[in-house]
Design a protein around this ligand. Structure first.
Ligand code: HEM
Ligand code: HEM
Length: 176
């Protein structure tokens, strides 16, 4: 299969939809009430879990799309930038997956019955398990912070291309 030279509309829609959902997801995560031993999930947690599962579905679909519709790196980039951008993009996929799966495992180990946006019952990955829940909570927090750091690097690189290198990298992900 020959790699495309530009991102298509589907890849761009996936990219910006996930950015928008993460912009909602982090504030809900930080602002929702702290959990205690017998806390039952309230509305903020139900929305956090529902947006999180939506992000998980989208990142899996997007990854399948990327594998079946590969895009070549911009030819004008020096080799070190091609390599580092590929590495950062892979890391972003892995960390979104890790953050969503650890969140889902954590909610499952709490033994909660939760609905997806109050519409459908949410399948859980296991039944209640307090000890496993504690470990996985730490992993959800570690992956959520690691993801934030890598997003910071990615956005800083995009801004460097826009304002310092003044090349067409940013335009590759914009509409049109
Ligand atoms: C990429 C998607 C996600 C992001 C960015 C994210 C982010 C966060 C953040 C910022 C917190 C607050 C924790 C802290 O104080 O540091 C949190 C907590 C939590 N998240 Fe997520 N989350 C995501 C996906 C999910 C998913 C898919 C689920 C469940 C299906 C989930 C379940 C939870 C639970 C149960 C907590 C409470 C943990 C606690 O307070 O100790 N998260 N998440
Ligand atoms: C304001 C925020 C953001 C900007 C300006 C931005 C910009 C860009 C640009 C310009 C590209 C194309 C790079 C190239 O030509 O190879 C790109 C690709 C990518 N971005 Fe972002 N991005 C942002 C946020 C995010 C976030 C939050 C994620 C987290 C999942 C993300 C994940 C990716 C991935 C995985 C790719 C590679 C696409 C692929 O080849 O599959 N971006 N981004």
């Amino acid at each position: 299969m020959t790699d495309r030279l530009q991102y298509g509309t589907t890849a761009k829609v996936f990219h910006w939809l996930i950015v928008a959902l993460l912009l909602v997801q982090y504030p809900i995560g930080w602002l929702m009430p702290d959990l205690h031993r017998n806390t039952k999930p309230g509305a903020p947690m139900i929305f956090h879990i529902s947006f999180g599962i939506t992000i998980l579905l989208l990142i899996v679909l997007r990854f399948v799309w990327r594998l079946t519709h590969p895009v070549a790196p911009e030819r004008s980039l020096p080799p070190w930038q091609r390599l580092s951008s590929e590495a950062v993009h892979w890391l972003l996929y892995v960390l979104v997956l890790a953050t969503t799966v650890t969140g889902w495992l954590f909610a499952s180990f709490r033994g909660w019955a939760v609905s997806f946006f109050y519409l459908l019952p949410m399948p859980m990955l296991s039944s209640g398990n307090d000890a496993a829940g504690k470990t996985i909570d730490g992993l959800h927090q570690a992956s959520e912070w690691a993801l934030l750091v890598v997003i910071g690097i990615h956005v800083a690189a995009a801004l460097a291309h826009l304002f310092i290198y003044r090349d067409r990298i940013m335009q590759r992900m914009l509409p049109g």
